[in-house]
Ligand binder design. Structure first.
Ligand code: VTB
Length: 322
């Protein structure tokens, strides 16, 4: 089932709202308040969209999140859809005013987005030029060489992005051993995965362990962009392993590919920059209650990728103008 075309721009309004809500809190050292503002704005905007939505990736379970919790019904009525949200992907980035915090949303027909547990996932992501060339189970050095071959360049010219975490020390060492370049980031592996499919970022390959919900959001983007992502749930204890088994069914340690994470023939993805980074401009505020946003919106069905620059009049926008 395909989604209505008009939805794409409606969903841009939703991530714009979240980004505008979050951006006031940039650098204030208070990630919870920033997140609360983004969540409230995103939810309010979602209610104006003509969908019959169910949150499948959200802020947490019903008892831990007041809004945009998993299972919450959102939207003003319409097509039955699954909704995956991250009102601030990178709350630390916003709290510190660091680059590449984004507001993210994916919508697909009901039943099409994987209900991923909030645990870790091992991931590998590449853009269209190297799709089909990598393997989550292969050593990192082999994947770098495979990407280099696919892109027709030397391993030394490949740039790998990964979260700067002690758990990635072995991957970093293996990538360095084949001479590739590395970009270590403090947070935000959704944009990192997307960046592999956007040549202007200069990033070729993403490796490492991040959140499983973020893996579904990244998969939605990479389906639209024509890249590839493979993931495997990585529980850290028995409780997480049991949750993974019950939510996934089958072998919870199997490799999840793009069409396991985002099934079917359609998905719409929208992201708006909160802080300026490699991918998107962040929100800027000007005199007279004006604010500017930069978003990327795309749809798998048609493959259209839109960059949307908007100037907002916050005095006329009660939802996010606070
Ligand atoms: C991951 C990653 C996210 O937070 O969830 C990370 O997927 C948390 O990882 O993009 P740690 O437990 O190692 O801190 C983000 O970077 C931002 O939400």
């Amino acid at each position: 089932m395909a989604l209505e075309r008009e939805l794409t721009l409606e969903l841009v309004r939703v991530t714009e709202g979240a980004a505008l809500g979050a951006a006031r809190w940039m650098g204030r050292g208070d990630k919870n308040t920033a997140d609360g503002a983004a969540v409230a704005a995103m939810r309010a905007m979602l209610q104006t969209v003509d969908i019959d939505g169910t949150v499948v990736i959200g802020e947490g379970e019903m008892d831990e999140a007041p809004m945009l919790y998993i299972g919450e019904a959102v939207g003003g009525g319409g097509s039955p859809v699954d909704v995956a949200v991250d009102p601030i992907e990178g709350t630390n980035l916003v709290a510190k005013g660091l680059p590449d915090a984004i507001a993210v949303l994916a919508v697909a027909p009901r039943g099409c987005l994987l209900h991923a547990p909030d645990i870790y996932m091992d991931k590998i992501a590449v853009g269209p030029g190297a799709a089909g060339a990598v393997d989550l189970d292969a050593p990192p050095g082999d994947n770098v060489r495979a990407v280099a071959r696919a892109l027709g360049k030397e391993p030394e010219a490949v740039t790998v992005i990964l979260l700067d975490r002690p758990r990635h020390a072995d991957i970093v060492a293996a990538v360095r051993a084949v001479g590739a370049r590395i970009k270590l980031i403090s947070d935000g592996d959704v944009w990192a995965a997307m960046a592999t499919a956007m040549p202007e970022t200069g990033i070729d390959l993403m490796l490492g362990k991040g959140g499983a919900p973020e893996g579904v959001l990244a998969a939605a983007a990479l389906r639209c962009l024509g890249g590839e992502l493979q993931g495997r749930l990585a529980p850290t204890d028995e409780v997480e392993a049991a949750r993974a088994a019950s939510m996934l069914g089958g072998d919870p340690r199997r490799i999840l590919r793009l069409d396991d994470l985002v099934r079917g023939e359609d998905v719409i993805f929208s992201a708006t920059g909160i802080t300026t980074g490699d991918l998107l401009r962040g929100v800027t505020f000007a005199a007279g209650g004006r604010a500017r946003t930069h978003s990327i919106a795309m749809r798998y069905h048609t493959g259209t990728v839109r960059h949307v620059y908007a100037e907002h009049r916050l005095d006329r926008k009660p939802i996010v103008g606070a």
